[in-house]
Design a protein around this ligand. Structure first.
Ligand SMILES: [Fe+2]
Ligand SMILES: [Fe+2]
Length: 260
């Protein structure tokens, strides 16, 4: 029985079966790595995770044909899928659409590919860290708005019975030791609030290299987990994804799976 109605949040109160999540990010259709995509789809078909969580930058320039290709690929995966938007998923070449309906193209994809999982004891709460514009030159960087944070905190408040509470967003909320940065405005404040609200870990993408670290968020420990990319836009590491295994007995075990 699902214990929460919010988008992206599912948690059965009885914590019994182990759960496996595949965390993938930055597919960047338009600059996708076809070999990496085929490899990941094969991993999904072999291991049958309970849920594939994609933390944004699904496309390269939010073109219609890029979203269409991503939709076809995500729909064909042999697992339920959750997606969050990245900074590359808002219109680049149509300023009116970017400001009037920035998530319309992404929304079409999300409605097409989103599939609810059957999870025991795990909640995944979405947090939006992208914006169509910001008061700084580089709009690709992260920001956590007050309303978006409130939605995530409300989601966590309905997940108190879940043994594992995750937040999924695009930008790392604080910097990891990666080549690229997120410079997420409001990220540190948001992280502390999420940790106080009971989040165990925050999943993100954007920097195209995987990481896994514990952060002291104003006195509350919380784990930050970043996924790499399956695109040609690699930085320090080869294409990869994260495998998350959780059970009440073992806790959360994260392993980075890199393409050979
Ligand atoms: Fe990216
Ligand atoms: Fe990004």
């Amino acid at each position: 029985m699902a214990c929460a109605p919010r988008r992206g949040l599912f948690c059965a109160k009885a914590m019994t079966a182990p759960v496996t999540l595949f965390h993938v990010s930055d597919l960047h259709f338009g600059a996708e790595d076809r070999e990496a995509l085929a490899w990941f789809a094969g991993e999904v078909a072999r291991d049958r995770p309970d849920w594939v969580i994609c933390t944004g930058d699904i496309t390269m320039r939010a073109r219609h044909h890029e979203f269409a290709a991503a939709q076809a690929w995500l729909s064909a995966l042999d697992a339920p899928v959750m997606v969050e938007p990245g900074n590359h998923d808002m219109p680049y070449f149509n300023p009116v659409e970017r400001f009037v309906s920035p998530y319309a193209r992404y929304g079409v994809l999300r409605r097409a590919v989103y599939r609810e999982p059957q999870l025991d004891g795990v909640a995944v709460v979405p947090l939006r860290t992208v914006a169509p514009a910001q008061w700084r030159l580089n709009w690709s960087k992260g920001r956590v708005g007050r309303v978006d944070l409130a939605h995530a905190l409300a989601g966590l408040s309905t997940a108190e019975d879940c043994g594992l509470r995750l937040v999924a967003c695009h930008h790392p909320l604080v910097e990891a030791d990666t080549t690229a940065t997120a410079s997420t405005r409001g990220g540190r404040h948001a992280l502390a609030a999420l940790a106080r609200a009971g989040a165990h870990a925050v999943l993100s993408g954007h920097v195209h290299d995987a990481f896994d670290m514990m952060v002291d968020a104003e006195g509350t420990p919380v784990r930050l987990i970043g996924a790499g990319t399956l695109s040609e836009r690699v930085r320090a590491t080869r294409p990869s994804y994260n495998r998350l295994d959780w059970s009440a007995a073992t806790g959360l075990v994260v392993s980075v799976r890199g393409m050979a």
